[in-house]
Design a protein around this ligand. Structure first.
Ligand SMILES: [Zn+2]
Length: 255
């Protein structure tokens, strides 16, 4: 069996309140080696840590998501404290989202503060960018990045843009929307497999054949299958290498 890691899920979301444990069980039964569950605000970050404490191969991240910066005040010390937790493997998702209407200046401030936290705790960052690549690259170039760098999640732009993140030392993460059509597949042929990780971003972005339904970590295999198809390589090669990349980036204590 080929093992995969879902590098970006939102298992704390209420979409999973009724059957969270069976969703997790299904994921591990389907051959997932680990799941990283992503915090999006203070409460969600705490819930993600609680899940990581409950399951050996679930790991957490902490953050205040750019679309949430208007909804709660960012308290740096609290997040710094959470970021030190041994099962917190990254800071994020953080970045900029110009599609949603939350205050752009506030988004930039919170992004910069979270990168500072990542530097302090020496953990990678997970970047969320929506209609904001240039501003994110500008800010990243201004900051002393964490040594472990990070990943740009849910990537769907062309190779020219991918290259700008690769040049800064970031990995590229693809999710289920690459199965929707060629538009978001543009960079996949050229981005080296050694620089790719896979994710579901569940409960969102369920891949074909489940498009429109609730997504869950076990569906990450459809993302890996699509990458294998586009790169014309074996599924097992994609599974093996992306898992290796993920373990290395997030320093996961699994073999
Ligand atoms: Zn997400």
């Amino acid at each position: 069996m080929s093992y995969l890691i879902d590098s970006h899920s939102h298992l704390d979301f209420e979409d999973f309140d009724k059957d969270r444990d069976s969703v997790i069980q299904r994921a591990f039964d389907s051959g997932l080696k680990a799941i990283i569950t992503i915090g999006t605000n203070l409460e969600s970050s705490k819930k993600s840590i609680a899940l990581a404490e409950k399951y050996e191969n679930i790991f957490a991240t902490v953050s205040l998501h750019p679309i949430d910066v208007d909804k709660e005040e960012f308290i740096g010390l609290t997040f710094l404290d959470l970021a030190h937790h041994p099962k917190v493997v990254a800071i994020g998702e953080t970045g900029l989202d110009y599609y949603h209407s939350s205050d752009k200046e506030k988004q930039k401030q919170v992004f910069q503060k979270l990168v500072q936290i990542a530097i302090e705790v020496e953990k990678p960052i997970i970047i969320h960018s929506r209609d904001a690549d240039e501003d994110i690259l500008f800010l990243l170039k201004e900051m002393a990045l964490p040594k472990s760098r990070g990943v740009i999640h849910c990537f769907g732009r062309d190779y020219e843009m991918a290259k700008k993140f690769l040049d800064l030392g970031f990995l590229i993460s693809y999710t289920g929307n690459i199965t929707y059509g060629s538009e978001r597949q543009k960079s996949i042929t050229e981005v080296p497999l050694e620089k790719i990780i896979v994710e579901t971003d569940c409960p969102f972005l369920a891949p074909v054949p489940f498009r429109g339904q609730r997504n869950e970590p076990s569906c990450v295999k459809y993302v890996a299958e699509k990458i294998a198809e586009i790169k014309k390589i074996d599924f097992s090669a994609v599974a093996e290498q992306t898992t290796k990349n993920c373990i290395k980036l997030f320093n996961l204590p699994i073999i």
